[in-house]
Write a protein that binds this ligand. Structure first.
Ligand SMILES: [Zn+2]
Length: 182
Protein backbone atom coordinates (compact mmCIF):
# COMPACT_ATOMS: atom_id res chain seq x y z
CA UNK A 1 0.00 0.00 0.00
CA UNK A 2 1.12 3.56 -0.71
CA UNK A 3 2.22 6.01 2.00
CA UNK A 4 -0.53 8.56 1.14
CA UNK A 5 -3.24 6.21 2.39
CA UNK A 6 -1.49 5.62 5.71
CA UNK A 7 -0.82 9.35 6.11
CA UNK A 8 -4.52 9.98 5.63
CA UNK A 9 -5.33 7.29 8.19
CA UNK A 10 -2.90 8.84 10.66
CA UNK A 11 -4.68 12.21 10.51
CA UNK A 12 -8.18 10.69 10.55
CA UNK A 13 -7.39 8.23 13.34
CA UNK A 14 -10.88 8.28 14.92
CA UNK A 15 -12.82 6.99 11.93
CA UNK A 16 -10.77 3.88 11.22
CA UNK A 17 -12.00 0.28 11.28
CA UNK A 18 -10.24 -2.39 13.34
CA UNK A 19 -8.65 -3.83 10.20
CA UNK A 20 -7.40 -0.43 9.07
CA UNK A 21 -5.92 0.26 12.55
CA UNK A 22 -4.16 -3.10 12.43
CA UNK A 23 -2.61 -2.51 9.00
CA UNK A 24 -1.63 1.03 10.05
CA UNK A 25 0.15 -0.34 13.13
CA UNK A 26 1.92 -2.85 10.91
CA UNK A 27 2.99 -0.15 8.46
CA UNK A 28 4.17 2.14 11.25
CA UNK A 29 6.41 -0.69 12.45
CA UNK A 30 8.27 -0.77 9.18
CA UNK A 31 7.95 2.76 7.70
CA UNK A 32 10.12 5.51 9.18
CA UNK A 33 8.40 8.32 7.21
CA UNK A 34 4.86 7.45 8.37
CA UNK A 35 6.15 6.86 11.89
CA UNK A 36 7.44 10.44 11.91
CA UNK A 37 4.03 11.75 10.81
CA UNK A 38 2.33 9.68 13.49
CA UNK A 39 4.62 10.94 16.27
CA UNK A 40 4.25 14.55 15.14
CA UNK A 41 0.46 14.24 15.12
CA UNK A 42 0.49 12.62 18.59
CA UNK A 43 2.67 15.40 19.96
CA UNK A 44 0.42 18.15 18.58
CA UNK A 45 -2.64 16.36 19.99
CA UNK A 46 -0.91 16.02 23.33
CA UNK A 47 -0.17 19.74 23.36
CA UNK A 48 -3.79 20.64 22.71
CA UNK A 49 -5.01 18.24 25.37
CA UNK A 50 -2.52 19.32 28.04
CA UNK A 51 -3.74 21.46 30.95
CA UNK A 52 -0.94 23.99 30.53
CA UNK A 53 -2.16 25.25 27.19
CA UNK A 54 -5.93 24.83 27.47
CA UNK A 55 -6.46 26.41 30.92
CA UNK A 56 -5.09 29.92 30.16
CA UNK A 57 -7.04 30.07 26.89
CA UNK A 58 -10.38 29.44 28.64
CA UNK A 59 -10.38 32.45 30.96
CA UNK A 60 -7.99 34.57 28.97
CA UNK A 61 -10.44 36.95 27.28
CA UNK A 62 -12.54 37.62 30.36
CA UNK A 63 -9.48 38.13 32.54
CA UNK A 64 -7.96 40.48 29.99
CA UNK A 65 -11.19 42.47 29.80
CA UNK A 66 -11.35 42.66 33.60
CA UNK A 67 -7.76 43.89 33.77
CA UNK A 68 -8.45 46.57 31.17
CA UNK A 69 -11.57 47.70 33.01
CA UNK A 70 -9.69 47.81 36.32
CA UNK A 71 -6.98 49.90 34.69
CA UNK A 72 -9.34 52.42 33.13
CA UNK A 73 -11.27 52.65 36.39
CA UNK A 74 -8.05 53.37 38.30
CA UNK A 75 -7.07 55.97 35.71
CA UNK A 76 -10.45 57.64 36.07
CA UNK A 77 -10.07 57.67 39.87
CA UNK A 78 -6.60 59.19 39.58
CA UNK A 79 -7.81 61.79 37.10
CA UNK A 80 -10.71 62.71 39.36
CA UNK A 81 -8.38 62.96 42.35
CA UNK A 82 -5.99 65.22 40.43
CA UNK A 83 -8.86 67.40 39.32
CA UNK A 84 -10.25 67.78 42.83
CA UNK A 85 -6.79 68.59 44.24
CA UNK A 86 -6.31 71.17 41.51
CA UNK A 87 -9.71 72.80 42.12
CA UNK A 88 -9.06 72.79 45.87
CA UNK A 89 -5.72 74.55 45.36
CA UNK A 90 -7.27 77.01 42.93
CA UNK A 91 -10.16 77.84 45.25
CA UNK A 92 -7.92 78.23 48.29
CA UNK A 93 -5.51 80.34 46.24
CA UNK A 94 -8.28 82.69 45.12
CA UNK A 95 -9.65 82.81 48.68
CA UNK A 96 -6.20 83.72 50.02
CA UNK A 97 -5.74 86.45 47.42
CA UNK A 98 -9.19 87.85 48.26
CA UNK A 99 -8.37 87.65 51.97
CA UNK A 100 -5.13 89.67 51.71
CA UNK A 101 -6.75 93.11 51.16
CA UNK A 102 -9.23 92.36 53.93
CA UNK A 103 -6.42 91.56 56.38
CA UNK A 104 -4.45 94.64 55.35
CA UNK A 105 -7.57 96.77 55.60
CA UNK A 106 -8.27 95.41 59.08
CA UNK A 107 -4.66 96.07 60.15
CA UNK A 108 -4.81 99.65 59.00
CA UNK A 109 -7.16 100.49 61.88
CA UNK A 110 -10.27 100.40 59.73
CA UNK A 111 -9.12 103.08 57.33
CA UNK A 112 -11.29 103.49 54.25
CA UNK A 113 -10.48 101.23 51.26
CA UNK A 114 -9.36 104.21 49.20
CA UNK A 115 -6.37 104.59 51.52
CA UNK A 116 -5.48 100.97 50.88
CA UNK A 117 -5.77 101.50 47.13
CA UNK A 118 -3.56 104.59 47.35
CA UNK A 119 -1.04 102.51 49.28
CA UNK A 120 -1.06 99.85 46.57
CA UNK A 121 -0.58 102.47 43.85
CA UNK A 122 2.24 104.06 45.87
CA UNK A 123 3.92 100.68 46.20
CA UNK A 124 3.61 100.06 42.47
CA UNK A 125 5.08 103.50 41.76
CA UNK A 126 7.91 102.71 44.15
CA UNK A 127 8.61 99.43 42.38
CA UNK A 128 8.50 101.18 39.01
CA UNK A 129 10.91 103.88 40.21
CA UNK A 130 13.20 101.23 41.67
CA UNK A 131 13.32 99.40 38.32
CA UNK A 132 13.95 102.73 36.53
CA UNK A 133 16.81 103.58 38.89
CA UNK A 134 18.38 100.12 38.41
CA UNK A 135 18.06 100.57 34.65
CA UNK A 136 19.66 104.01 34.85
CA UNK A 137 22.53 102.68 36.97
CA UNK A 138 23.17 99.79 34.57
CA UNK A 139 23.07 101.97 31.43
CA UNK A 140 25.30 104.59 33.03
CA UNK A 141 27.72 101.90 34.13
CA UNK A 142 27.82 100.42 30.63
CA UNK A 143 28.30 103.86 29.03
CA UNK A 144 31.15 104.67 31.41
CA UNK A 145 32.79 101.30 30.78
CA UNK A 146 32.53 101.79 27.03
CA UNK A 147 34.10 105.24 27.38
CA UNK A 148 36.88 104.12 29.72
CA UNK A 149 37.83 100.78 28.23
CA UNK A 150 39.44 100.93 24.76
CA UNK A 151 37.51 99.26 21.95
CA UNK A 152 40.11 96.50 21.44
CA UNK A 153 39.87 95.46 25.12
CA UNK A 154 36.14 95.63 24.87
CA UNK A 155 36.12 93.22 21.89
CA UNK A 156 38.54 90.91 23.69
CA UNK A 157 36.30 90.85 26.76
CA UNK A 158 33.28 90.12 24.59
CA UNK A 159 35.12 87.28 22.86
CA UNK A 160 36.16 85.78 26.22
CA UNK A 161 32.66 86.15 27.57
CA UNK A 162 31.02 84.49 24.53
CA UNK A 163 33.58 81.65 24.66
CA UNK A 164 32.73 81.11 28.31
CA UNK A 165 29.04 81.13 27.41
CA UNK A 166 29.63 78.45 24.76
CA UNK A 167 31.66 76.30 27.14
CA UNK A 168 28.97 76.68 29.77
CA UNK A 169 26.23 75.70 27.30
CA UNK A 170 28.13 72.66 26.04
CA UNK A 171 28.91 71.41 29.53
CA UNK A 172 25.34 72.01 30.63
CA UNK A 173 23.88 70.03 27.72
CA UNK A 174 25.27 66.56 28.67
CA UNK A 175 24.63 67.30 32.33
CA UNK A 176 20.98 68.07 31.76
CA UNK A 177 20.53 64.96 29.58
CA UNK A 178 22.09 62.92 32.40
CA UNK A 179 19.58 64.37 34.83
CA UNK A 180 16.73 63.46 32.48
CA UNK A 181 18.05 59.90 32.10
CA UNK A 182 18.41 59.26 35.82
ZN1 LIG B 1 4.75 4.82 5.07
Amino acid sequence: MRHEVFEEWIFNGESLSEKEVESLQLHLGICESCNLHYRAKSEVEGLFKSEKLSTPIVGFASRWRKRLMDKSHLERVHKHRHLSIFSLLLTSGIATIMLVPLVIYANQNLEPPIRYLIGVVNNLVDIYLFIKIIQLIITTFLKVIVLIVPISYWLLMMAIFSTLCFIWLYTLKPLSSNWRAS
